[in-house]
Each structure stands twice: as structure tokens, then as C-alpha cells.
Ligand binder design. Structure first.
Ligand code: ASP
Ligand code: MG
Length: 436
């Protein structure tokens, strides 16, 4: 049986503010001849409101105001959506009485923003004669691991339910409006994917359905060779390979959720990042084209660098493992790591540093290692397929200031002193992008 491949289109919270433009865009996609699957984020600011409840779980009066705000933001909400609002006070009471750090309960509350948005959007679509049906991702069977707050989608586990339900809807000429941002954990509870996670939901669904493409519609967000607020010469990037886009998300270009690319890459589904107002600044993310490498530069700061010196490291098995085990045990994330056999330079988020240095210090007795730092740094990264060939273009002043350095076929990262970060960013961008 040949299947018509659908187009998956995800609307971000801010783009949902102009519903007529959203409806117009869905009609344009339908006119291309492919069935359309819509994925939605919560309306702009709604996830922040829900986080505010979790940040102050005893503030009953604030909770009531937020409840009313949610009602106001979803006018003419269909009955299935109103049912969610009606059950909110019970959920709030559990949060108010609950123990702090109940992550599954938090995720259940956070998922409300997308549920309301999906029912609200589907209702407005139906009023415009688009036969839309809201679909809640946990009920759909979009399965995740149990890492509440930042879970990963399990594509193979999800495939049977997601494919059969959505394909049945498409055969019936319905337009599914699926909630982004969360799924159902292996334990059967609601699990969110982390901030910006609706992009990831969209590419996972696109991969499962073998979509023609996945469109990520954002308001006024474009992918640039550097953050244009800091780099006046930044250029719009019209194309990127999957790997380049993944490195950019990883190294702080906050346009995409870092896990968004992988499902699309695996399934070979093209991603189109675009806004409705400025289609000319769209970016296509697809297979790498060696003839057309792209270059981007990112800067992450403030960060800290801690050094672990390992005398005679080349002849001492297990030291790296001991360091990373201790940090993992204390749930401290390494942003990145530069190594030689005698020196490990660990880049940390400032909030983790004090504890990290303590943990590492505890190794110094048993393992005869010396811990130095933390030093405040910025992490400067140049990204692009084949970037290693550009090593010779990196300005000498930037190289000289580096306190650590690592290279892969598609990224070069340098730890530079925090106060040198901004100039190093401008210099490196000039060398790799502007003077090409
Ligand atoms: N609503 C969620 C957030 O604000 C997910 C998303 O927007 O993609 O992070
Ligand atoms: Mg959002």
C-alpha cells in the first residue's frame, strides 16, 4: 500500500497569537496536496505561568489568579479543554499540599499549557471549516523515558500507537492537532521534554510518519551564523546539515531544542525552521552537502573551568572514570571536557562549580590528583561540516587566550577568559564567516 506522506507543522506559542495567519498557513500546506498534522506549543507565556505555580507552591491566591489568566487566554475553549480547566483546582490542591520535588506531578501540571492550546486551536480550526481534532500526546502513546522534566522520546516504543492513530485520522481526512512538549513515560505518567520541547515532539512525529518535511513555525526567529544581538555581521543561514544544526543547538544557539534534530536525521526527514511573517529568513535542515559547508559561531557564558592535574596520568588507568563517576554521582553535568593524559579541564555551569570542586577535592587523597580553579570562562565554538580545515584561520590572539581547546570534524571549542569572550566571538566570526 502506498501511503501519502503527511507534512508535520509545529506552531510555537508566540505564533499562535495570530490565528488567522496560522489557519491560512495550514490551508496553503493542504493545497500542496499532502495531509497535514499540526503540533502545538502552549500559548506564549503559559508554561512560565505554570512554572510560577511550581516555584511558589503555597501561594494559593497567585494560583487562583493564574487559573483565571489561563481561562482568559483560551476563549471559546471546546468542552474537552474546559474539562481540563475544571480539573485544575484538584491538581493545584495536590501541588499545594505536595512535597517539593515531586517531578511527575510537576510535569502533569506543566503539560496543561499544551493541552489547552491543542483544544483551543482545534476549536478555532473547526470554526474555519478545517476538520481538526485535538490529540493529547500521552493518550496518543508518544512514549518517553522516566526522566521527568527532561525526558527523551522513545521512537520505537511510540511508533505503533502514534502511526496507527494518526494514519487512521488522516485517512478520515481529519487534521490532528497534537500537543507538543510531553509524552507518557514508561511508568505511565506524564513526562515533559524540557523547555522548547515541542520542536522535538514535531520531529519525532514526523520521523514516525515518514513526513515530507517538518516545519517549525516560530515568530521572528531565524537561524544566524552568530547571535545578531552581539555580532553585527551575523548572516542568515538558509541551509544547515543535521549535524551542524545539532551542534548549534548543543552549543547555545537557543533556536532549537537540542534533541530536535536526531529523529529527523535518522528518518531522513527535512526540517524547515521559519516564521510566517518573514518566509525569506527560513532555514532548511537536511543532509550535509560537502560542496556547501556552513559556518556558525556561538558563545556560552558565564561558565567555569576547573582543572584536574593527574601526575603520570598516561600510566594510571581509571582516573578519568573516577572523576566522571564522582561528578555524575553528585548529578553535576560537564558542559564539556578537554583532556590530555596529564590534565583534565572540565567546563561547568557556575551553579555547579562549588560542589564540583568539593567533589573533585575528595579525590585528591586517594588518587593523588591536584584540583585547580575554578576560572571564569566563556566557551567559544565554531561549527560547520569540515571545520577542522579552518583551524589555520582562527586568529592567533584567540588561540593564545585559550585555556582549553577541543576539535571534532564539525566543531572547534575554545575556553577563553570570560572578559575576552565578546571580542573573541567577533574576531572568530570575522575570520570564519565575514571574510570568506
Ligand atoms: N511550552 C513549552 C515551553 O515553553 C514547550 C515549547 O514551547 O516548545 O518550553
Ligand atoms: Mg513555549
Amino acid at each position: 500500500m502506498t501511503r501519502t506522506r503527511p507534512t508535520v507543522v509545529k506552531f510555537g506559542g508566540a505564533s499562535l497569537s495570530t490565528v488567522p495567519a496560522v489557519i491560512h498557513h495550514v490551508r496553503e500546506l493542504q493545497a500542496e496536496g499532502s495531509p497535514v498534522v499540526v503540533v502545538v506549543s502552549a500559548r506564549e507565556g503559559v508554561t512560565d505561568l505554570l512554572l510560577k505555580i511550581l516555584g511558589d507552591p503555597r501561594a494559593v491566591q497567585v494560583h487562583r489568579e493564574i487559573y483565571e489568566e489561563l481561562e482568559r487566554r483560551h476563549p471559546r475553549l471546546p468542552e474537552a479543554g474546559r474539562a481540563h480547566l475544571r480539573s485544575l483546582p484538584t491538581l493545584l490542591a495536590r501541588v499545594e499540599r505536595g512535597r517539593p520535588g515531586d517531578l511527575p506531578l510537576a510535569d502533569r501540571l506543566l503539560s496543561l499549557g499544551e493541552r489547552l492550546a491543542a483544544h483551543w486551536v482545534a476549536g478555532l480550526f473547526r470554526e474555519a471549516s478545517i476538520p481538526a481534532v485535538a490529540v493529547e500526546a500521552d493518550r496518543l502513546g508518544l512514549m518517553t523515558d522516566n526522566a521527568y522534566g527532561a525526558s527523551c522520546i522513545l521512537i520505537d516504543h511510540s511508533r505503533p500507537h502514534v502511526a496507527s492513530t494518526l494514519r487512521r485520522m488522516l485517512r478520515a481526512h481529519e487534521v490532528p492537532v497534537v500537543t507538543g512538549f510531553f509524552g507518557r513515560s514508561l511508568e505511565g505518567r506524564v513526562a515533559v521534554l524540557g523547555r522548547g520541547g515541542s520542536d522535538y515532539s514535531a520531529t519525532a512525529i514526523g520521523a514516525i510518519l515518514g513526513a515530507t518535511r517538518v516545519e517549525l513555525v516560530k515568530k521572528d526567529v531565524a537561524v544566524f551564523s552568530a547571535d545578531p544581538r552581539h555580532v553585527p555581521g551575523a548572516r542568515h543561514l538558509a541551509r544547515l546539515s543535521y549535524e551542524e544544526a545539532e551542534e548549534m543547538a548543543q552549543f547555545g544557539a537557543r533556536v532549537l531544542h537540542p534533541l530536535t534534530i536526531e529523529p529527523a536525521r535518522q528518518a531522513g526527514v527535512e526540517i524547515l525552521v521559519r516564521s510566517l511573517e518573514h518566509p525569506e529568513t527560513a532555514t532548511v535542515i537536511s543532509r550535509s552537502d560537502p560542496a556547501r559547508p556552513h559556518r556558525a559561531v556561538t558563545l556560552l557564558r558565564p561558565l567555569h573551568l576547573a582543572r584536574v592535574r593527574v601526575p603520570n596520568g598516561a600510566n594510571r588507568p581509571g582516573v578519568v572514570a573516577a572523576v566522571s563517576d564522582e561528578l555524575a554521582h553528585a548529578r553535576i553535568n560537564m558542559v564539556t571536557l578537554f583532556t590530555s593524559s596529564a590534565l583534565l579541564s572540565i567546563v561547568l555551569e557556575p551553579g555547579h562549580t562549588r560542589q564540583a570542586v568539593e567533589v573533585l577535592g575528595s579525590l585528591s587523597g586517594d588518587h593523588a590528583v591536584i584540583v585547580e580553579g575554578p576560572f571564569p570562562i566563556a566557551l567559544l565554538t565554531a561549527i560547520g561540516d569540515g571545520i577542522i580545515e579552518d583551524l589555520g584561520r582562527v586568529p592567533l590572539a584567540v588561540l593564545r587566550s585559550a585555556q582549553g581547546f577541543s576539535a571534532s570534524p564539525r566543531s572547534l571549542s575554545l575556553a577563553v577568559p570570560i572578559e575576552a569572550g565578546k571580542d573573541a566571538l567577533l574576531d572568530l566570526h570575522r575570520a570564519l564567516v565575514e571574510s570568506r
